[in-house]
Structures are given as C-alpha cells and as structure tokens.
Design a protein around this ligand. Sequence first.
Ligand code: SF4
Length: 708
Amino acid sequence: PIAAQPDTDRLHSHCCYCSMQCGVDLIRTERDTGPAWEVKPSPDFPVATGRLCQKGFNSLGHVVHPERLLVPQWRKPEPGSTGSGWHQASWDQALDEIAGRIQSIQARYGPDAVSVFGGGSLTNEVCYLLGKFTRVALRSRYIDYNGRFCMSSAAAAQNKAFGIDRGLNVPLEEISRSKFIILAGTNIAECQPTMMPYLLAAKKQNAIIVTIDPRQTLTSKIADIHVPLQPGFDSVFVNALLYVILQEKLYDQAFVEEHTNGIDEIHKAVKAFSPDKVSMYTGIPVEMIRTIARGFAKAESGMVLTARGVEQQVNGVEHTLNFINLCLLTGKIGKPGCGYGAVTGQANGQGGREHGLKADQLPGYRMIDDPAAREHVAGVWGIDTAELPGKGVSAYELFDKIHDGEIKAMIVLGSNPVVSSPNSDRAIDALKKLELLVVVDLFETETAEHAHWLLPGTSFLEAEGTLTNLEGRVFHRPQAFLPPGESMPDYKLICELAERLGRGQYFRFESPEAIFDELCRASAGGKADYSGMSYSRLQAEKGLFWPCPAPDHPGTPRMFEDGVFRHPDGRAKLHGIVPGMPAETTDALYPYILTTGRNGSHYLSGTQTRRTEALMKKTPVPVAEIHPSLAEKLLLRFGDRVRLTTRRGSLVFDVKISKEIHPTTVFVPFHWAGEHSINRLTNDALHPISRMPEFKICAVRVERADRE
Ligand code: SF4
C-alpha cells in the first residue's frame, strides 16, 4: 500500500544509498498492472550531474517491497526471547507499553540503563532529535550510531589537523581541476560511482591519478599509478613520501611557516623511512615512491581522498593524519584544485556526526564536555545545564555495557548492528541479554530478530528532511510518498514517545522544518554552524555548504581559503607519525590478512539492497577474493570454496581468484548476514581515540572447504 502524493506525475527526491545523495526524479507511468513509478536521474541537483548508478536506478525496489513493516509488533519481553511469534499492536499500545517498560527499567537501574543506537542514513532532523531525546527525555548518556564504524577516524584526524571536520573540505567540482589526485583506501567506482566523472574530467586535463589499495579495484583501472599496499602499511608508505619531499626540499616552506605547527615532528618521524627501507618492508618499488612524492609536491594543484581502507584500523587516525600531512606540507589546501577529503560512505554519515548523535558530541559539532557548549545547547533546549548527561561510549562499546549489565534496554533506529558490528556474534550475545530491545526499521532486520518491539519506520521517499552530503552540502529532501500502512515518520514517533515519558514539552514539533529551525539555533556558533540556513534557502539555492552562520552568508564551499584553520591560533597541525602495528598480526596458524569492504550492488548491512531483486541478481552472495598464488597453494579447483577461520570463528565462502589482490590478503564484502556475514570474523579491537573498530585487518587461515 504505497501511496503517492495526490495529483503529481513527477516527484523529486535523492537516492538513499550513499553520501553523493544524487537527485532522483520519479515519473508516473501507466503499466498493464496499473500506475507505477520510474526512477530517473534528476538534472536539477548539481552533485551527480544527471547520473545514477545501479543502486540509484533500483532505489525504489525496497520501498515497495512486500516485506515492509506496516504496523507495530511485539513479542514476549523476556531477556533472550527470540523466535516466538509477533503480535500486532496499535501505536498507542506500542508507545504506552514501551514508555512503561523504559520507566520501569530506569526506576530500577537509573537513566543510563536505556541506550540509543542510531544510523547514518537518518535525516539531520532525526539525528538531532534522537540526540535530544536521549539526553532530555531518557536523561541517558548512552547514545551513538553506526557512523562510528564509518567516519570516526577521519573525523578525529581532521579535528586534530584542521581543528574542524568536514568530509571533503572542497566541493566535488574541485576534483576536476586538480592535477594530482591520490586515492587511498577508497573504491569510488563501486561505492560512489557518480563521483567518477569528476576524476575522469581531471584525467582529461592530464591529471595524474594514484590509487593506494591492496586490491586493484574498478577505481584503480583509471589510475596512472596503482600502489598495491598490504593493509596496515599506510603510514609507513606515506612516511616515505614525506621523507622524499623533505629531503629534496619540495615542500611549501612559506605555507608551512605561515599556516602550520609541527614541522619538526615530521622531520623526526620520517627519518627512518627512506624509500629504500620502505620498499624493503612493503615491496613497493623505490622509483614508484619517488615518482609519487615528487609528482604530488611539484604539481600545481593536488588532492588526497581517503576512505575506510585507511581509516578502519586501530591506527586509522594516524594513517589519515599522515595523508593530511601530505597536503599541508605541500601547501595543497584551501586553493583551487587542492584539498583533503574523507569520502563518506553512508547517506548522511556527515550530518549524523554534526547534530549530537555521537556519544561525545552535541549539536553544532560541539564537544559534550565543553562547559560553554553544554550551556548553549541546554539553553536552546530549555533545560538546566546540570541536567544534561555527560559523555557516553562508542557504538561497539554499548555492547560492552550490556554485557557488563549497565545497559538493560536499547532503541535501535535505522541501523542493523547485528550485521555491521565487528565480531558480530558478541554483539548478538549482548542483544539477547536486553530486557527491552526496540527496533525501528522498514523490515524485520537481523537485529530485529532479537527485538521485543518492532516499529515500522519510513523510507527515504516517505519522510521529509535535510541531509548533508560528503561535501558538507546541506540540502532539502521533500516527502514524495505517503508512509505505507500505519508507519509513522521517525520524528513523530520520537516526539510521541517523549510525551509518554513525561518530557513532551521539549518535543512539540509540528514538522521537520520546525526541528530544523531549532537545530540551526542549536548549531549557532559551533563548528558545523547551520544558523544561516532555512528550508526556504535550501530549496531556493539547491543546498548550502556549512559553515553558514547568517541568513545572508553564502555558505562555505571551499574551506581554509583564507589560510585560517580552526585551531585557536588559526594554524593547522602537522603530526609526526610513528607507524603502529595492527591489533592482530599473522602467524603460522593464521598466516593471511582478512580485509573487508563494499560491493557495487549493495549498501551497508544490505537490509534494503538484499531485498532489491535487480541488485541481488547481480550479486546474490559474497565471494572471497584471493590471489592465484594462494589458490595454487590450496590446490583449488574450479567451483571449490574456501573456509576462512579467524580467532573469532569460521565461515565458508565461494571464491574469486584474482591477480588484482595483494598476495597476502583475502577480501570479502560485508553486506550479508548469517553464514555469509564476514563481520562474524572481523576484529573488534578499537582505536584508542576514535573508537573505530579494526574492520580492515585481522589474521586469517584459509583452507579449501569442499573437500575437507
Ligand atoms: Fe545513489 Fe550513491 Fe549511486 Fe548516487 S552514487 S545513485 S547516491 S548509490
């Protein structure tokens, strides 16, 4: 029962499947079976320049799926109860019962016994409201979101280096103007395919493109140089580049002196990383190292883009900092065709971390332990500053708190941590201990299998709101369809629950626009300042880049243009990086490295794309990619499968034998559940600052499975 807004033949929205947020037009057509909607690229939104990828074209698939949840459901709320049948309920029954259970749990164990796990695909309004709900209605400090698994290392690194974190610090069009582009641990061709034209345009203007990745991905096909780096060696490799740049005095001395601190740290850190030595450790030829270092430093413009390959490691912050060093040392920042960017994966991974969805942050990208930030936000919310809870813990650590008995209830909204968490069986064990698990989603996800209450959420076409794409461009996404069945927009659900918890006076919002207006006020003066934005401006100007601190401010497409960074002294910080080891190293029992990533047909935990026929036809199951040398060692024959065993467990996968992967490394995409869920094997070691799990590296044993 999907209903469109009446009297419309053409609707506008944005694809839900990645941080590009390409514009889509929905065109009503008449078929034999009745009216239907076709998805077309929208020429109106500037980012994707009128293109869509396979996911975008199929983005309606899950919206009209017969498994959509249409009414609230419950089952016996006993710890660990799963598998019993669902019972339907009215919204009043559901919300009354959930509020009652929350109050009972908090009366017994205190406010922090109830936690919230959010998602990076939610609108800015819902992210903001969820942060406020946790702190004001639940009075709990335990909230975080799956963006912790995505952008947290890059965010920490950008904050350390620049004093502010925005995914890309320039608009995408600057990529086309760049003369030397380094892409590290990012597979844009599969993860953000409509970004490729920007790279191709640069290439047409003779730009050099370098990819650094243990796999020769689709993106590497357009590279002039591909660096087949074993996972974990990022900082070692970049130190060699910095070594050459310093030794040959190729750095931008004036920029470094005027705009940065910490050059001595770099001198010290890279001393031991001559190209000869690094070549010995990594197998990357000395000449390749020198060519990249000289090329990048001498190019009139240059850009570095990193993604999860670099960041999802226990040394991910340091690796990212070293890539930023490369930009700062060569003065390639704040100028045309220059910049650093972390290519966000999730649809609203950027917005998610700006409005208080993270354990340590308040709206406006303010730190929750900053007294001035607390006072400002408490003022906007109309509560006493003392009432505002303190810092909680990161997404994965919420499961530790459940195991410890401190958290007894969790509300999961728009996320599926059973598939997306590292060492995910441990996360499942935690969920089974909860007295109350409420899941709000479009489908009965793998996480919902452990829930006591399952509430029907709204899809990207059914909920109005704003999102912030990978460039820091905030735009308005209108409601296209009416919510099906009895499903209710997330913001209403949150407000209704707050009402029943006795805190309704702080949640009287009539529309997403009213929430956005408050969000803007809460962000005023913060790093991610939206205070000059409004729905009318976003609609009229097709989006605005933050910071945008006043109604007459044009927004900030290119950051640091004035050479002023956001540390108190206005200077950027260079960081000397002494490369650390991964949390797990290989040994005789586990001699290979397991790494994970995305596949072009799927998105995150696959909740939506695994329910989209056309995408499942393309990639129905994950395949383990291994090098021919390993296949030969295992005497693999056509059709054989491999058993992958890590210190956490063992699973069997189909195989793709490919020369395009590093000989030491096995790659498996992460979008599947159950026996296909590679995250059951990944390592849950966390970065000490960002709390990013080490998804990208763990030691693995590889055996032939079918003839065991
Ligand atoms: Fe959707 Fe991203 Fe593909 Fe654009 S590039 S159509 S936003 S998945």
